[in-house]
Design a binder for this molecule. Structure first.
Ligand code: HEM
Length: 379
């Protein structure tokens, strides 16, 4: 056939260019092969469209961080109950109802945010310090982890779980935004000797040290504190998916005064005393990104509320209850929260979140194995 170009007769440069363009065409139609960590965990795919960028050797570094944390809890809890490496001190796990607004604009009515729907949920409130015995009056980061139950739809993890987790801390930004700094920080806090501790500000850099310092504060009641997801999440699916962050805050501006002579566990007492008397109410908010200049990867930079407002999508009712029982505390201890317990529409975004897929799963596995308890998601 004379009008067809015979590849063998093309000059070598043209041949190479054609081969390259054929390769691109194949890649455009075929999803790239999944990336695996050294332990063979499937590492999250990158969403270039939303602005995700992979760090060099990120999957390997995520495993390295998991190795450091696993070794640390094996050492720290060589006898007795193995606790979480981060946020080991719970103020309590409470039953809650997570009610989605009756009406929502289409861009927010995605995934679990089905207008009018109510989910049963568990919420675990915690201190961030790795020292579970630390008194609540000390400045610290405070956590709020929500687990929605009986959530239908496709999930990100290949288990049969029907849960959706939202994990937040009472500060809008995280103190690290890249894997290398996190490794260096972990080596410092787990190393022995004063020199290692003195090196922490060098590991974190000026901005990271500043954020770490400011993430710690005193609070008088976990039910009245504002929390942020710090890192972003996808909302929705192709082609209209967007990037959002989350937040939660009390429905009213009531504040419990700080006790004069605080008991080491006074935050648990504040929750216990409130919930013995009445229901408690919080709002769950979503902050859609309004410009691509708001970074997905830089978890150290806030998306300013003045440029990207938050919208209330759900009301969290924490009914009057007695939560501080040995059975419920044990149940709470055995729960595992992860940003990756999520529907496809809520895929976690950015390096910190991608690494959390590997780390949370491994550390939860290790502590359950150390405690000889089975690991399963509640129904
Ligand atoms: C690479 C960065 C991070 C690492 C290595 C890390 C590590 C961990 C680990 C090991 C646990 C305990 C998991 C378990 O035993 O089940 C945990 C829990 C937790 N993390 Fe992170 N984390 C990171 C980033 C974040 C961020 C950005 C947030 C912000 C919301 C966060 C908030 C929490 C909270 C609230 C808990 C306690 C959850 C619960 O109540 O069980 N973490 N983290």
């Amino acid at each position: 056939m004379p009008h067809l170009i015979q590849p063998m007769r093309l000059n070598p440069l043209l041949h190479t260019l054609m081969a390259a363009s054929m390769c691109t065409a194949v890649h455009a139609n075929t999803p790239p092969a999944a990336l695996h960590t050294p332990n063979n965990t499937v590492y999250p795919r990158i969403d270039h469209h939303l602005g995700e960028r992979l760090h060099p050797n990120e999957a390997v570094k995520a495993e390295e961080i998991a190795d450091i944390i696993a070794a640390s809890i094996r050492k720290q809890y060589s006898s007795g109950l193995a606790l979480r490496d981060a946020h080991p001190k719970a103020h309590g796990c409470v039953r809650a109802e997570f009610k989605i607004n009756e009406t929502l604009p289409k861009n927010l009515a995605q995934g679990v945010f089905v207008p009018g729907k109510t989910y049963h949920a568990w919420i675990r409130f915690s201190n961030g310090s790795r020292d579970a015995t630390q008194a609540d009056i000390k400045s610290d980061a405070r956590g709020m982890a929500i687990k929605l139950l009986s959530v239908p739809g496709k999930k990100l993890l290949p288990d049969e779980a029907s849960t959706q987790d939202f994990i937040m801390i009472n500060h809008p930004v995280f103190f690290v935004n890249d894997p290398d700094r996190y490794i260096s920080f972990m080596q410092d806090i787990n190393g022995s000797g004063v020199l290692k501790k003195l090196h922490i500000p060098f590991a974190l850099g000026i901005k990271g040290t500043w954020i770490a310092f400011n993430s710690r504060s005193k609070i008088s009641n976990p039910l009245q504190t504002r929390y942020w997801s710090m890192v972003p999440y996808q909302l929705g699916t192709d082609p209209d998916r967007q990037a959002v962050k989350y937040s939660a805050r009390a429905c009213s501006a009531l504040t419990t005064p700080m006790p004069h002579a605080p008991h080491p566990n006074f935050l648990r007492e504040a929750m216990r005393s409130d919930l013995q008397k009445a229901d408690s109410c919080m709002e769950f908010l979503v902050q859609p990104r309004t410009s691509n200049a708001m970074s997905i990867e830089d978890s150290m930079t806030e998306w300013k509320e003045s440029q990207a407002p938050f919208y209330t999508v759900a009301t969290i009712r924490i009914p009057q209850q007695i939560f501080d029982t040995p059975e419920q505390n044990k149940f709470c201890e055995n729960l595992s929260f992860s940003p990756w317990h999520a529907r496809l529409e809520h895929q976690p975004l950015g390096a910190i979140n991608r690494m959390r897929k590997v780390i949370y799963d491994r550390i939860s596995q290790v502590r359950h194995e150390m405690n000889s308890t089975s690991r399963s998601e509640p129904h």
